[in-house]
Design a binder for this molecule. Structure first.
Ligand code: CUA
Length: 227
């Protein structure tokens, strides 16, 4: 859950976000090891007395400090490519959600059903209402069934926006004149938040994304009763 002063990524609510967190931790460990090694060497340079006036070449050390970073990069590149292709793969989605970015709100269409579409505006913060999320709450939530593959189609009507939901591992640009595809799979019921993350104008901060994840039975009920 997102809270104040959170230094880390939000907890994952989807299998892909879990993989992203694993990759982040893996890469961060390598980064820390490199920083410690280079830091140690740099500090050492100030204090040692290894002076050799006749040193012209050192082929062995050059061989080592060329090959070691190469191997290190491979250890990052291979898991990165695996993740890239995992994120891109969409396996037999149950439903499709089309989200359209506007200045400055999102609108949504459930293309599998007739006339299920709505605009989703941020609503005013109400101090007295404990269920109200400041700058994140919207008037019409996205309703999605949990434990199902969902296809997301993303586009925009005016400028570039970005449909981003950190806990579900989704971040995809919404471009005018282009239809982008991504996918998500929500692990559990709950409410998941996102915000636009492409600087799109004065009210860029005020076009939040709010997903309500419910069971498939309740989702069918919601679709049937949609007017
Ligand atoms: Cu839309 Cu920033």
């Amino acid at each position: 859950m997102a809270t104040w002063s959170n230094f880390n990524l939000q907890n994952s609510a989807s299998p892909l976000m879990e993989q992203i967190i694993f990759f982040h931790d893996h890469t961060l460990i390598i980064l820390i090891m490199i920083t410690i090694l280079v830091g140690y060497l740099m500090i050492n340079l100030f204090f040692n007395k290894y002076i050799n006036r006749f040193l012209l070449e050192g082929q062995m050390i050059e061989l080592i400090w060329t090959i070691l970073p190469t191997i290190t990069l491979i250890f990052i590149a291979l898991p990165s490519l695996r993740l890239l292709y995992l994120l891109d793969e969409l396996n037999n989605p149950l439903i499709t959600l089309k989200s359209i970015g506007h200045q400055w709100y999102w609108s949504y269409e459930y293309s599998d059903f007739n006339h299920v579409s709505f605009d989703s505006y941020m609503i005013n913060y109400d101090k007295s209402n404990i269920d109200n999320f400041r700058l994140l709450d919207v008037d019409n939530r996205i309703i999605l069934p949990m434990n199902n593959q969902i296809r997301i189609m993303v586009t925009a009507t005016d400028v570039i926006h970005s449909w981003t939901v950190p806990s579900l591992g989704v971040k995809i640009d919404a471009n005018p004149g282009r239809l982008n595809q991504t996918n998500l799979f929500i692990n559990r019921p709950g409410i998941f938040f996102g915000q636009c993350s492409e600087i799109c104008g004065a009210n860029h901060s005020f076009m939040p994304i709010m997903i309500e994840s419910i069971s498939i039975k309740n989702f069918i009920n919601w679709i049937n009763n949609y007017s």
